[in-house]
Design a protein around this ligand. Sequence first.
Ligand code: T3D
Length: 270
Amino acid sequence: MSEAHEALVLTTQAGAVRTITLNRPKALNSFTTQMHKALAVAFDEAAADSGVRCLVLTGAGRAFCAGQDLADPAVAPNATPNGAPTDVGNVIELHYKPLALRIRSMPVPVIAAVNGVAAGAGASVALGCDMVIAARSASFIQAFAKIGLVPDCGGTWLLPRLVGRANALGLAMTGDKLPAEAAQAMGLIWKCVDDASFADEVATTAARLAAMPVKGLAATRAAIDAAMQMDYAEALGNEGRWQSTLSASHDYLEGVAAFMAKRPAVFRDR
Ligand code: T3D
């Protein structure tokens, strides 16, 4: 089957967990304009579906995502009609920035299940998710340096916040491959697990998050992100505002009632 007739993004549902799989394995799931469009639809559908309480993003085949498809005519150098340099900043504005913001505004937790290499914007997409679980055979590559670009899709924002300036610059300037185990040791990702237990670990974690008060989890993401830009007093104030909102929700009442009654809680807010 030609790529034009294959789904560039696959979606599956298991209980309250929606999995989105990037599906261009022959090109290591690198991004084309068409895959960006399909992915945007998949994210929007998951956001709108109250039956989705956790989202998993992964890749088909041996890679998570190799970033921008460098063979895509949209980014080919000097492919403009008049031979002028192609402005790849347009691709960032049109596709990568909305994708990064979409991930950060999802009403449910988002897990990057990094099954193989994550390079360039593929690494940024993974790191922009709420939790990164990587197979031990996976790796992270800031490939931008090798083609004369800066880390994008949130890379310049994420890297120093995750691993500090020294590590961020070391990774971004060398473009060296960072194995998943080293990524965990550096604090770049949440967890590296053996390949044999990777699928189970992802499924168990996703089901666990889906059963939690996901409205509170999404608010936790927003509060932590906001606190990165705030002083201590501002962050304390912001926490209070979130607690005012969340304490009026079903899930808070249910969580406390279940605790007092020594029974499992059943959360439903989103
Ligand atoms: O225009 C812009 O660039 C703006 C947007 C920027 C955002 C970015 O993401 S910039 C960074 C773009 N990504 C890269 O530079 C990574 C390029 N890929 C690699 O360095 C290597 O493929 C990997 C280190 C990721 C994996 O290496 P390896 O040896 O395991 O696999 P391979 O043999 O290199 O790749 C397998 C196939 O996938 C191969 O195709 P073939 O020869 O079998 O037909 C290769 O060409 C293809 N492939 C891998 N990455 C890309 C790709 N095709 C198009 N674009 C890719 N990014």
